[in-house]
Design a protein around this ligand. Structure first.
Ligand code: GTP
Ligand code: SPV
Ligand code: MN
Length: 527
């Protein structure tokens, strides 16, 4: 099969000439196609079937042990002028970058199949949505892209109609970290990634397209591409307000996006609706509000810490049609990770016999991939072509000390400053030290595809006459007491903080003015 779009055919031919695959397969996104790929991966040992009684159509994938997280030091933004990439990105000149990475791509698909994956980021009929094509030699990437994006024939039809698309070339190469690069060419709307099969390094629709290339496009087209969840909060009166929240990787987006209200709230009639858990594309509407879509169609969520008490909605969607990456398994072949329950697994994430006390059984950055529609709190609003209007934007980090539970920015400009000066402790989502406080403006330090100075100016530019901008807040669920324990219960209880924010948006509650911003009033609980 080839496409009606000459530029697409030509690019596929050029890539094939460079990488020399044995076969070319154009993905249609069908169930039959997935079945063939799954069988292939089972035969090759890329996947292992999990317990078909407890987890039908669920599979385990074990990454190469040196390939378990994003690699920020190997991620480049390649613009003609270094100042366009900015101090927040690694930079290489495009000519040099193409030469260096193409040398690694030369002949790398010999003996392999080249898969062409047309995908759409966002509802297929949404004007905010954008399309791309990923070429990969990894069937695991195809299977994940099928869950994470609108992939296949419908996306191809839109691409052929529009005549343009973001080009993403990916190969697992030889998985040698010394020959691994994730390169972005925003001026050419092109991504090239080699040497990793993991998450954000390999599923190019996600961080590479929807954030790094997306943020570049957003700046020139007047919208925002952000590392944010989108959640709808329905009050007992039946009104739903949508909140977008930016927390750095592994700092609570998935959990907040599918929060289960505490019992008292549930009884009173509060409901929570999930639109997205990682990425938000927002555009000013004719009414002056910001309207947001989730460009993704699935979740690539952190497994550790996901339990019945913390995130029952996530657990409920993980018992069928899910891919687990680098989790442990129990004796009866069920997926397991720290924080799930009291069972003891028999195999660790590398597939070795698990010795209790020898460290975590699941990799701290082990993940699940699952279609968003499988989430019990998913709402059809996630398919709305217009998106949803955003009432509040929340920034937050993982801060053991100093940073209060919640405060409100004075206005949009102050809110941009609050977002820009955010900091958070590093996590296992990227390789490198964990627990080191670093600046992570708007949770976009690893994902902004252009100069942070220009990015802050772009944020400020939304404050125009007629704009009805969301209020901006800052939260920290992760402050610890002198006993080393979290001071705030977190998870479902975070709704108490969201309720305060929404009351502030409606002007129904007073706040206390402080040097950092507006804080909730102190109220002594009656005992
Ligand atoms: P990425 O997918 O990497 O972008 O991460 P994320 O921001 O979606 O983070 P996620 O919701 O997966 O949470 C990461 C870890 O933080 C998990 O182990 C959670 O259990 C834990 N976590 C999430 N919310 C809270 C909270 O409110 N309090 C506490 N103490 N831990 C939380
Ligand atoms: C993150 O690291 O923020 C993630 C996981 O959401 S990855 O897809 O690997 O980027
Ligand atoms: Mn993320």
């Amino acid at each position: 099969m080839t496409s009606k779009l000459a530029t697409l055919n030509q690019w596929v031919q050029e890539v094939a000439a460079l990488t020399q695959p044995d076969r070319i397969h154009w993905c249609d996104g069908s169930a039959a196609e997935l079945q063939v790929l799954t069988q292939l991966m089972l035969d090759r040992g890329d996947l292992q079937a999990l317990n078909p009684e407890t987890h039908p159509d669920c599979y385990l994938h074990r990454s190469h042990p040196s390939d378990v997280a994003r690699v920020e030091h190997l991620t480049f933004v390649c613009t003609r002028h270094p100042e366009d990439a900015g101090p927040n990105n690694n930079w290489m000149h495009p000519t040099e970058a193409h030469a260096e990475i193409d040398a690694l791509f030369a002949g790398c698909m010999k003996g392999r199949t080249l898969y062409v994956i047309p995908y759409c980021m966002g509802p297929i009929d949404s004007p905010i949505a954008r399309c791309g094509v990923e070429i990969t030699d990894s069937p695991y990437v195809v299977a994940n892209m099928r869950l994470m994006t609108r992939m296949g024939d419908a996306a191809l039809a839109r691409i052929e109609r529009e005549g343009h698309f973001v080009r993403g070339l990916h190969s697992i190469g030889d998985l040698d970290p010394a020959r691994r690069f994730i390169m972005h060419f925003p001026e050419e709307l092109t991504i090239k990634s080699i040497g990793s099969g993991y998450g954000g390094n390999a599923l190019l629709g996600k961080k590479c397209h929807a954030l790094r290339i997306g943020s570049w496009q957003a700046r020139s087209e007047g919208w925002l591409a952000e590392h944010m969840l989108i959640v709808g909060i329905e009050n007992p009166q039946g009104e739903t307000h949508y909140i977008a929240a930016a927390f750095p990787s592994a700092c609570g987006k998935t959990n907040l996006a599918m929060l289960i209200p505490p019992e008292g709230y549930r009884e009173a009639g509060w409901k929570v609706w999930t639109i997205g858990d990682d990425i938000c594309w927002m555009s000013p509407g004719e009414d002056g509000r910001l309207w947001a879509i989730n460009p993704e169609a699935g979740f690539f969520g952190v497994a550790p810490g996901t339990g019945a008490k913390t995130n029952a909605n996530a657990l409920a969607m993980l018992n069928r049609e899910a891919i687990f990456t680098n989790v442990a398994v129990t004796a009866d072949n069920q997926p397991w990770w720290e924080g799930l329950d009291e069972r003891v697994p028999t195999k660790d994430w590398k597939g070795n016999d698990y010795v209790p006390g020898s460290g975590p059984a699941a990799h701290p950055n082990s993940r699940f991939t699952v279609a968003a529609k499988r989430c019990p709190s998913w709402t059809p609003k996630a398919e709305d072509a217009r998106g949803v209007p955003i009432s509040a934007i929340v920034f937050g980090g993982r801060r053991e000390s100093l940073v209060p539970l919640v405060f409100e920015a004075r206005d949009w400009t102050h809110g941009v400053l609050v977002g820009a000066s955010m900091a958070s402790e590093t996590t296992a989502a990227a390789t490198g030290a964990v627990g080191v406080v670093r600046r992570d403006s708007m949770a976009m330090k690893p994902f902004c595809g252009y100069n942070f100075g220009d990015y802050f100016a772009h944020w400020l530019s939304f404050d125009q006459a007629g704009a009805k901008l969301p209020k901006i807040f800052h939260v920290n669920w992760f402050r610890k007491g002198s006993d080393g324990k979290f001071l705030w219960p977190g998870f479902g209880d975070n709704l108490r903080v969201l309720e305060w924010m929404l009351k502030r948006c409606e002007g129904r509650v007073e706040a206390v003015d402080t040097p950092v911003g507006q804080l909730p009033q102190r109220r002594r609980l009656e005992s």
